[in-house]
Design a protein around this ligand. Sequence first.
Ligand code: HPA
Ligand code: ZN
Length: 348
Amino acid sequence: MTAPSIPSDLHRFIHGLPKAELHVHIEGTLEPELKFELAQRNGIPLEPATPEEVRASYDYGDLPSFLAVYYESMRVLLTADDFYDLAMAYFRKVAGQGVRYAEVFFDPQAHTSRGVPFQNVIGGLRRALVDARRDLDVHGELIMCFLRDFTAEHAMSTLMEALPYRHWILGVGLDSDEKGHPPVKFAAVFARARTEGFRLTMHCDVDQENTHEHIRQVLEDIAADRIDHGSNAFERPELVERIKERGIGLTCCPISNGWISEGIKEREIVGLLEAGVRVTVNSDDPAYFGGYVGDNYVRLAEAADLSREQLVQLARNSFEVAWLPNRARERYLAELEEYARDARRLSA
Ligand code: HPA
Ligand code: ZN
């Protein structure tokens, strides 16, 4: 039996669609095969014994159960070369899924707290960004995330440690376990980050306790430039209005939602898109959730029966809310519009 032609056309259209990825944790791109390679290189014993067994063991029902697996795996990441290999593997993968530009999260505290020097992390990642741009024509930038279940003081000292590398870091974010760790806990850290010239974003993970209040805090108390996830705003018209007024983007991750909450949240994501919110589609932790950014577009398109125009709008949003200089943004948008025009012509 041959595969039905519509999904494969859709797949081809989506993977060719020029897009930006704005929500991917580089540590969440650690595929089991690379984990084994790095463990061997660094002399770290691993159980279970094969990449297939590692994959088969992935089973999370919520954010904390995912995070436990995610942090545990990081112990194989030690040297600058490890971080370089991790990031290059990501860029190679997404170069084949239409990604032209990526703003990539990294979690320095998850490494410095294990004794890995900050310099190893940023040095390896930076080298990969330079090589990916030269060899793959994918432009990457870094967003440094603070772990919200660590103290605000720890975040502040990490911000200070990052200042010598500020020209390599576009913005700061907030991730890890949200329960009991509201955005305002980090108000002083984010205010300082802004005065240092960083752009600001924060996670409001799906279906978290106090999610609407957390989204309000990100919008009003922190005045961040973007929200990561944030799709629960759909349940509160006043939040939707505020997001639209501010023109800020939401970085949604459908496949990730399906692992850590109920369903991929297509109703909320598409509802926000139709309400005129600048929603984007991203992968979050693709090695752990089994889908890179193009796969997330496909999954959402199939679940919500999205039109080609809606898919183009999602990609357009990704460049519009990216922290790009205007000239580069215009260039990517022109590339996208040309792709969309050619696709319309072919299907007419
Ligand atoms: N949410 C919060 N923290 C994270 C995530 C996420 O989806 N992925 C990696 N760190
Ligand atoms: Zn995330």
